[in-house]
Write a protein of this length. Structure first.
Length: 74
């Protein structure tokens, strides 16, 4: 487990990832990562255009079928 520090990057904020984490993510400078919400916190994974498209479809279904899903949850 690594403790990450939020740092100033120009007018923005950023997090510096240790090289071990970058190696496990198979990510480097200029690569995109995907930050998603998970039951135990946040999850950082390599960005996948296919997964991003699937998430867009899922979010669309959740918005359109919100009432039906609420009834099913009861």
């Amino acid at each position: 487990m690594h403790t990450l520090k939020i740092v100033q990057v120009g007018n923005s904020l950023g997090v510096v990832l240790p090289k071990e984490a970058l190696a496990e993510l198979r990510a480097g400078k200029g690569d995109a990562l995907y930050l998603t919400s998970a039951p135990d916190g946040m999850r950082l994974t390599p960005y996948s255009p296919k997964f991003a498209a699937q998430m867009d479809v899922a979010e669309s279904v959740l918005r359109r079928r919100r009432n039906a899903l609420r009834v099913l949850a009861d």
